[in-house]
Design a protein around this ligand. Structure first.
Ligand code: SF4
Ligand code: SF4
Length: 492
């Protein structure tokens, strides 16, 4: 009998109690010092092997702790439970998740993005045809027949997906027909820059199952207009906000944002602005993330992503002590003056800023992510696919356009190269290189795209443990506040 390796704890401020969480079972309790000492002494007392090692009260507490997953029989049991957990996620058939890139074209020219309207990118960028859209629907129907999910979750993504409205409308209508015919619930969502998210578009999609749209604002008006302009340099903030205002009562709107050292300071002003808006209370979620490098685009060499794009913050791996595990720093974000930052500085900037912005978001009452339950993401799920504008299949949106990472095609037999890539993603698991890290069930070794693009290896963890740790402190404070209202639920 021993404490689970997936236990994490936070001593509660001004109290002797401790917030305990098991990241595998998601059990969360506030434990008094006796229970913490019991856990700490467990292995030694069990090793002592005396039958009466525990008194009746301790035995009762141990039974509850075991039921919640805080106590396990052995380290092997913990590792086997972890393998079973990832296996369950991998083969979960309750949902079929399809991310469909209707076009790689974009009407913005964001400095950090390799897809935007730079140079002649849009001339080469793929746009899905109606013929391919019909093949996508047939593919989804075949997948529903094979997987038999309860729900079909479709995300329209790009480029800017609403630049190809005929295909969006066609897909929505036909997905709805195919799902309804099979008794499968359909939900549609859109990840959009918001410029074309008008009431007309929303009204057209609502009958087919539109449940949400995620719109990006990169800071307050000044910062956003600098970061996400149109080709001619015109600002886009006012138009996006006007659209959000017009559709927020019709469909759930989430606000996302990409921060780097240049715009991170402007987010509190954006949050203040959103809080003042009539639509503010209707926002479903507000969450900001660091700008990160994506996979190289499948466009001709002349349009390939330029090196040294401003503001890219690599999600470079760090070990538990904050030291980089590998990779190099490509940015001076977070450094003062002309001094280049170390990878460590950069990671600290990302982790600290994410924590800061999460707290600022919560302070203003917006729903947001807790920063602990961050994964496993869809790349760990067999029944989640990304479909490129040409019908190529990928394990997640971050690999779109990298031909060697395509896992198949919606209307063609799998090539040996695609079979090899599919097999590679079937075995994906940077978390296997994370030792006994307590956060594996909620982190899974970090983003595999970051591992690939920044560390050159899918199985090298892209580690942001400090970010998880600071989010845990915040989660503990929230749990303590809510459990304080129900004292009888406090401990086992
Ligand atoms: S599971 Fe996540 S936090 Fe833990 S070592 Fe791996 S990458 Fe880092
Ligand atoms: S691997 Fe990264 S980009 Fe792909 S789904 Fe996961 S978190 Fe997103």
């Amino acid at each position: 009998m021993q404490p689970s390796i997936f236990n994490v704890r936070v001593p509660l401020r001004d109290q002797s109690d401790v917030f305990l969480m098991n990241t595998l079972t998601d059990a969360q309790i506030i434990a008094p010092p006796e229970v913490v000492s019991l856990l700490d002494s467990l292995a030694a007392r069990t090793r002592a092997g005396v039958g009466d090692a525990f008194d009746p009260e301790e035995r009762e507490a141990l039974a509850t702790l075991t039921e919640l997953g805080f106590v396990v029989d052995s380290h092997d049991d913990d590792r086997q439970a972890l393998d079973a957990y990832f296996d369950t996620i991998r083969h979960d058939s309750s949902q079929l998740r399809l991310t469909v890139l209707t076009t790689l074209q974009c009407n913005f020219a964001c400095g950090y993005c390799f897809q935007g309207d730079h140079d002649d990118h849009n001339r080469h960028a793929h746009k899905m045809s109606l013929e391919t859209a019909a093949q996508v629907v047939a593919h989804a129907a075949r997948q529903m027949d094979a997987v038999r999910p309860e729900r079909l979750s479709i995300t329209f993504f790009g480029g800017e997906p609403l630049l190809n409205l005929p295909v969006v409308y066609y897909l929505a209508e036909h997905f709805h027909a195919e799902a309804t015919a099979r008794g499968v619930r359909l939900s549609l969502s859109i990840i959009t820059n918001g410029l074309l998210l008008t009431p007309e578009v929303v009204d057209r999609l609502l009958p087919f199952g539109l449940t949400g749209a995620k719109v990006t604002l990169d800071g307050d008006k000044a910062a956003h207009d600098r970061k996400r302009p149109l080709r001619g340099g015109q600002g886009t903030f006012d138009k996006i906000v006007a659209n959000v205002r017009a559709v927020a009562g019709k469909v759930a709107i989430s606000i996302g944002g990409n921060f780097d050292a240049d715009n991170a300071d402007s987010y509190p002003a954006l949050l203040d602005f959103l809080a003042e808006q009539e639509f503010g209370p209707k926002l479903a979620k507000v969450n900001f993330k660091p700008v990160m490098g994506g996979a190289a685009p499948a466009t001709p060499p002349s349009t390939a992503r330029p090196s040294g794009i401003n503001g890219i913050i690599p999600l470079t791996a760090v070990a538990a002590d904050g030291a980089p595990l590998g990779g190099t720093c490509m940015t001076v974000a977070g450094a003062g003056g002309t001094k280049a930052a170390s990878a460590c500085d950069t990671c600290h900037f990302v982790d600290e800023t994410m924590g800061f912005l999460r707290e600022e978001t919560k302070k203003r009452g917006f729903p947001t992510v807790d920063g602990v339950h961050m994964g496993p993401c869809e790349i760990h799920r067999k029944h989640a696919q990304t479909i490129g504008p040409d019908g190529a299949l990928y394990a997640c949106p971050g690999f779109t356009g990298e031909a060697t990472f395509a896992t198949g095609h919606i209307a063609a037999a799998q090539t040996p190269l695609q079979a090899k890539a599919a097999d590679r993603f079937d075995r994906i698991g940077a978390w296997r290189n994370c030792g006994d890290c307590s956060f594996i069930p909620v982190c899974a070794g970090g983003c595999s795209v970051a591992s690939h693009t920044e560390l050159g290896d899918l199985d090298t963890p892209a580690c942001h443990r400090p970010s998880l740790e600071s989010a845990l402190v915040s989660l503990a404070a929230d749990a303590a506040a809510s459990l304080a209202q129900a004292p009888e639920d406090r401990h086992p």
